[in-house]
Ligand binder design. Structure first.
Ligand code: FE2
Length: 166
């Protein structure tokens, strides 16, 4: 993957996640969509968790360490983002648990609150990464780092991940 492609890939991942959360957000205003939706909501959430999980892992295992190695001051930039990743994983898991519960007005209310929280945090988080991390990374990372980072972002499925780890 070329340098340009690596950054394009990371931006694309973010764009896909933003699309996914926009769809979730529509459920807050129209909760009955949950039963009419072509793709079951729990599947949409599972897909989002999987896609974003891969993306976050690639950032934590490849992008962030390379950035800190190239520019130690970046540690203070990256640390809060890593904490947000943990929070997002925890929130997505909580959302999946709420979705698995039988529908009641209470459960729907709780779902709306959880979706609102995830949507808000994801938007802010992605904005921070794009504004603070990607710009610095584009300037300081070397071709060798970018090649490795590109490979991590390509390791989508567990099978591919095994291939990538070889
Ligand atoms: Fe990201």
């Amino acid at each position: 993957m070329s340098q340009l492609e690596v950054f394009r890939r990371m931006h694309n991942d973010h764009a896909q996640v933003l699309d996914g959360i926009a769809a979730l957000e529509r459920l807050i205003v129209a909760p009955d969509e949950m039963t009419r939706s072509v793709v079951p909501v729990h599947e949409a959430v599972a897909l989002l968790a999987r896609q974003f999980g891969t993306h976050m892992r690639a950032e934590e295992e490849a992008l962030f360490p390379a950035l800190i190695e190239a520019l130690p001051e970046a540690r203070s930039l990256v640390a809060p983002l890593t904490i947000e990743h943990e929070t997002l994983r925890w929130m997505l898991a909580g959302l999946a648990r709420t979705l698995a519960k039988p529908r009641t007005p209470d459960r729907d209310e709780r779902l709306s609150v959880e979706i609102r929280d995830i949507v808000d945090l994801l938007r802010v988080h992605i904005r921070k990464e794009e504004a603070m991390v990607f710009g610095v990374a584009e300037r300081v990372l070397r071709a060798r780092d970018l090649e490795r980072i590109g490979r991590s972002f390509e390791c989508e499925s567990p099978t591919e991940r095994k291939e990538c780890e070889r």
